[in-house]
Structures are given as C-alpha cells and as structure tokens.
Design a protein around this ligand. Sequence first.
Ligand SMILES: Cc1cc2nc3c(=O)[nH]c(=O)nc-3n(C[C@H](O)[C@H](O)[C@H](O)COP(=O)(O)OP(=O)(O)OC[C@H]3O[C@@H](n4cnc5c(N)ncnc54)[C@H](O)[C@@H]3O)c2cc1C
Ligand SMILES: NC(=O)c1ccc[n+]([C@@H]2O[C@H](COP(=O)([O-])OP(=O)(O)OC[C@H]3O[C@@H](n4cnc5c(N)ncnc54)[C@H](O)[C@@H]3O)[C@@H](O)[C@H]2O)c1
Length: 485
Amino acid sequence: MRPSQKFNLHPSTHSAKDLETKTFDVICIGSGWAGRQLAAQVCKAGFTALVVEKELFGGDCPFWACVPSKVLLRSQDALDAANAVGGAKERILDAKVDANGVFARRDVITANKDDTQLLVPMTEATGATLVRGQAKLADVKNVQIAPFEGEPVEVEARLAVAICSGSEAVIPDGVKAADPWTPRDATSADYVPEKLIIMGAGAVGCEMATAYAGFGSKVTLISSSGSLLPSIDSEAGTIVRKSLEERGVVVKLATKVTKATRTDYGVEAVLSTGEKLSASELLVASGRKATLDFGLEKLGLSSHGTHIPVNESLCVKTFDGNDWLYAVGDVNGKAPFTHSASRIAGNAIIAKARGQTPSNITLTLGDRKAIPQVTFTSPIVASVGLTRKAAATKGIQVRQITAPAKTIGGILHSDTIADGWAQWLVDEEERLVGATIVGTDAADLIHASTVAIVGGMKLEQMVHAVPCFPTMSEVYLGLLEAAGY
Ligand SMILES: Cc1cc2nc3c(=O)[nH]c(=O)nc-3n(C[C@H](O)[C@H](O)[C@H](O)COP(=O)(O)OP(=O)(O)OC[C@H]3O[C@@H](n4cnc5c(N)ncnc54)[C@H](O)[C@@H]3O)c2cc1C
Ligand SMILES: NC(=O)c1ccc[n+]([C@@H]2O[C@H](COP(=O)([O-])OP(=O)(O)OC[C@H]3O[C@@H](n4cnc5c(N)ncnc54)[C@H](O)[C@@H]3O)[C@@H](O)[C@H]2O)c1
C-alpha cells in the first residue's frame, strides 16, 4: 500500500447510529478547512452543526496538502538561509538535506495521518458534532449518512446544508497506465525517486520540483503552459524557472505528457514533441476537480462541469429558489486555497436565520478582490488581487509599477539575496488593485498589499506607511519610488 493510503479510519468511533439528535441547524458534508470553519462559525453564533467526514477529519490540508508539502520544503530553505550568511555557512558540513529526517519531521507534524491526535479534539472543541461516514443529499435539507459499519442514517438541517467536499487530483486517461504519483503520494512519500518527472507547473508541480530537487532527485518538470505558475504574471515563473534550473531541474514548457506507462525501471512518458522519457516515478500535478460523490443528481441537479457554481453568498446556483444549499471551499472552484474557505457562507446563513442582511464582508471576499496566494518555491511567489492578465480579461485599465524585491535589510540578512521582483497594479485613480512579490519573505510581505487592497487605499495614502529600517518591508519604498511618490 502507498504511504498516502496508509491511515486508520477509526470506523467504530463517531458513528451516526450514536447521534443523540438527528436534527442540526447546519450540516457540513466534509471536514476540511471549509467544513470545520463553517461549523465553528455557526456554533460560535449559538447554532448547532454536524460535520460528516468519509476519510480523515481535517481533510486534505493537514494530512496530504499544505502542511506536509510545506514541511518537505522547509529543511532545504533553512539550509539555504544558513548557507547565505558568512560565519554560519562555514559550519555547514553538507548543503543537502537529509530526506529521511525531513520525512520523519513530516510524519510527526501530520501525526502519522491519525486524526484523533489533533483534528478531532480541535473540531469538537468548537462545539460541532462529528460523524464518520459517506454523506449523500437525500432530499431538501436531508442528508443520508452511510457509516463505515451498519445501516445508513438520515439527518435533517433546520437552516442549511453546506457541501464542503473539496477537490481531487485530475489524472488524465493517457497516463493512468503508469500508476502515477498523485500530489498525495508526493507529499506522503517515504523514499526519494532517483528520477522524477513532474507533469504540470502550477503550484503543486513547482513546489514539489523544488522539494524533490533538494532531496537529490533528477527532476524533469513538463508543462503544457508557456510559463511556470501560469496563473501569475509571467515574470514570477521566469524567476522560479531560473532557480529550479540552477538546482538541476530540467524544465520543458509548452509540452504535454500525452501518454505514460509502467516499465521495469519505473515509468516511460511520451511527450507531445514525440520525445520519450523514463523515470522512477511520474507525478501528475495537472490540476484538480471538485469531489462530487454526494448525490447532487438526487435533487435533479447537475454540477455544471468541474465545480459547483455558487452566488456571492456561496449558495448553490443550480436551481431556482435555493436558499439552503451552499458549496464552500475547493468544491466551488472560486479560489482553491485553504484560507479562501472564508466566513462568507457562515455570515449568510447566520444573518438569514436572524432575519438580517449579511455584512459586506460577504461581498469583499465573494468577488475575490483580495484573496492572496503564496507558492512556496525558492524564491517564494506571493500575489494578491489582480494580475495584468486578469485586469486585461476584466477590461480594467491598470498602471504597472515594478521594483526589485531586494532591500538593505535583505542584504544584511543574506549574502546571496537575489534581486527578486515586485509589482503593483493601480487603477486610474491610483488605487492599489493587485500586487505580486517574488523573493525573500514574500509570503509575509504580501499581507500589507492585501490590507491596502481591501481598504481601497491609494498610493497617496500608502506613502504614509513607512517601513522600518533595515527590513524586507522596504520593498514597499522601492515600489512607491518607482511609482513616482
Ligand atoms: C500538494 C498541495 C499543497 C497545497 N498547499 C497549499 C498551501 O500551502 N496553502 C493553501 O492555502 N492551499 C494549499 N493547497 C490547497 C488546499 O489544500 C485546499 O484549497 C484546501 O485543502 C481545500 O479545503 P476544503 O475544505 O475545500 O477541502 P478538503 O480539505 O479537500 O476537505 C474536503 C473533505 O470532504 C470529505 N468529503 C468529500 N465528499 C464527502 C462525502 N460525500 N461525505 C463525507 N465527506 C466527504 C473529504 O474526505 C475531505 O476530507 C494545496 C493543495 C495541494 C494538493
Ligand atoms: N501554496 C499553495 O497555495 C498551493 C500549493 C499547491 C496547490 N495549491 C492549489 O492546488 C490547486 C491545484 O494545483 P495544480 O498545480 O495541480 O494545478 P494548476 O491548475 O495550478 O496547474 C496545472 C498545470 O498543469 C499543466 N498541465 C495540464 N495538463 C497537462 C499535460 N497533459 N501535460 C503537461 N502539463 C499539463 C497546466 O499547464 C498547468 O501548468 C491550485 O489551484 C492551487 O490553488 C496551492
């Protein structure tokens, strides 16, 4: 069995047959960040919530996605940081990470995929009731739970049912015969493949290329897109490509993996160029689709493609008069990040139950005006609001301001700090509408831009926000200067 599939479902605990009541204010199908946060929010407001989970309480993020992937990246990062400072680097005996040590640290942080260690008690502490089993929509506000043992049980929601079922990796038919690694396998692995082909250069592909190159794999990163991280403006992908190539990664863009098979050695991949490559493993990181195995069709609904369409309150759009069925998190395809499973649906459900209008936080978050994203490559790529591409698609006229993401603070911090790249996009009134930062500390630096975009700030106001010396926040001085302020 693959390491990604080794976990205990604890089938005899949290059984639907033991429920003291069958009626809850809100029922969440799925216990990822989306389901748990919504349940916690409504419980805090004095309502009751049931969370149904078919796999591990906690969903993807703590066991297979954000958390283990960040652990796989952290050790090389720490070594690189020490290696970039004279006086410290002389003490480093080996600049390569110990992959087994990294895997062991990951297993501790992910509690060996045992949800009873942290996620179950943490979620119960919010006041939510938890049940293990597969949930299906049975009727309006009715959900059927098929437990791991015993007969199905029906539960009813007084206010709302929220589909928080997440997403799963898309494995194209042409490569299935290779029995490829999914992102779950890449984050759960307990060995380092000698040669690794990664298909897809989005966030998963680029992060895993960084991690496995650090472990010593010979990585080939192949993507149908013309640049790495295609959802961000292309300068970011160019910088990440250069860094990956310096780490020995071979990058092939505008190229598809069309077919792959298992061989005695591992896998053979056929590319759209006709080239054939062999490797120990193939990681497919070519996108995700919503998890839709909960019986939408039972209500005469279809999911309209790969995600469930929702309105600005995250209420499902697919049928008239719906005011009780919500889709929250990856399943709605709006912004597939842990942090974007925001309080939108909870606000709407609570306000409606109290006969109030939802606060305008719903709208700010709902239109994705300022949802940030960080890709933990080396250097890190952070972005919020509009990219140039997104502005053009929306027909929004923007002025581009760029500056190096390199400051005196950064130079004092690291002898090898690279120039990096920072971009602000401002609208015709000089209001900030987008920011991208590629470089040291970008993950945290971006938050200042998020706040400015949410606050509708103009450059003439931002000029008053003076960063401390000597810090990386001086990137913002560089941007203001480049903007002519
Ligand atoms: C490798 C990787 C790294 C990532 N890194 C980051 C990162 O650094 N930062 C970030 O913000 N995002 C990251 N993401 C994205 C992030 O993991 C997702 O956006 C987030 O986990 C989605 O949360 P969710 O609650 O919508 O879904 P999930 O976490 O997928 O939870 C859905 C849950 O619903 C359950 N479920 C589904 N159907 C049913 C049913 N019928 N009955 C009962 N239960 C059901 C599933 O078992 C699952 O537990 C990463 C993704 C990947 C793949
Ligand atoms: N740090 C983070 O926040 C983080 C990290 C990892 C994942 N995620 C989330 O997970 C989601 C999924 O990430 P992902 O990287 O799997 O998908 P993605 O959609 O971001 O990127 C898919 C990539 O695969 C390429 N591709 C598609 N078909 C191909 C083929 N046949 N051959 C070669 N290349 C092909 C595409 O051109 C693209 O570059 C993202 O939307 C992201 O939100 C976030």
